[in-house]
Design a protein around this ligand. Structure first.
Ligand code: NAD
Length: 247
């Protein structure tokens, strides 16, 4: 479904990002697996894709840094000749109540979750526009950005910001057939959620109509659909993959 396409997945070495990388590769895309610090994990993901007959490379970049996001796009284009799909997946939490939240906890979350989306989208927009071949930008937001969750003012603000960004950019790039959409996951067991307080985890499960956490592949399937030609007329949309949590 994605053969001949080139995708960048930020923070692609583990968690939801890894599942997205594996699914896009399984659909035939060539993948730039971005990582920030864990080269070993990224190289392992790449090796597995290559072993399965796919094409992938690992590219180090801290996507909250404007210049490094530019280098990520350039390295991808140098390796594969084009960029068709960007998945802005890298993200962190620094959860705490506002009374205890430090300025750096606010800044780190906004820089890594939201500024990175500006940095990477800007870095791929020019090559996508020049190629005149359309494109896909898919932002991994969160239900936290839709309903707001206590202890996550920084995270909810960053994820809500991604949704506004998605809609604005969808309007800017639409006439070039570049679609911009968001996926809003509910609760998935990854490193990111392993530190969620137990009472919040309990509240999430009790309020999820499907009564369970998600599997990482369930996010990856939504991303791969949005990346495909089948989603060519969908833009500025937010797809919740949350078992009904934010309904
Ligand atoms: N797990 C969930 O339940 C859940 C729910 C909603 C949204 N999300 C979102 O999904 C995305 C993936 O989260 P996850 O659960 O897989 O967590 P994770 O911690 O396993 O993965 C996050 C990835 O981002 C990378 N990263 C962090 N800072 C980076 C930087 N500056 N530059 C490049 N990469 C960086 C990490 O190295 C890691 O690979 C995040 O945006 C997160 O907010 C997750």
């Amino acid at each position: 479904m994605l053969s001949g396409k080139v995708a960048i997945v930020t923070g692609g070495s583990r968690g939801l990002g890894r599942a997205i990388v594996e699914e896009l590769a399984a659909q035939g895309a060539k993948i730039a697996v971005n990582y920030n610090s864990n080269a070993e994990a990224a190289n392992e993901v790449v090796a597995q894709i290559v072993e399965n007959g796919g094409e992938a490379i690992a590219i180090q970049a801290n996507v909250s840094d404007f210049a490094q996001a530019q280098s990520l796009a350039k390295a991808t284009k140098d390796a594969f000749g084009q960029i068709d799909i960007l998945v802005n997946n890298a993200g962190i939490t620094r959860d705490t109540l506002i009374m205890r939240m430090k300025e750096d906890q606010w800044d780190d979350v906004l820089d890594i979750n939201l500024k990175s989306v500006f940095n990477c989208s800007k870095a791929v927009a020019r090559p996508m526009l020049r190629a005149k071949n359309g494109g896909r930008i898919i932002n991994i937001s969160s239900v936290s950005g839709i309903v707001g969750l206590p202890g996550q003012t920084n995270y909810s603000a960053s994820k809500a910001g991604m949704i506004g960004f998605t809609k604005a950019l969808a309007k800017e790039l639409g006439d070039r057939q570049i679609t911009v959409n968001a996926v809003a996951p509910g609760f998935f067991p990854t490193d990111l959620t392993s530190t969620l307080p137990e009472d919040l985890q309990k509240w999430i499960l009790e309020n999820t109509p499907l009564g369970r956490m998600g599997n990482s592949q369930e996010v990856a399937y939504a991303v791969s659909f949005l990346a495909s030609d089948r989603a060519a007329f969908i833009t500025g949309e937010v797809i919740r993959v949350d078992g009904g949590l934010a309904m």
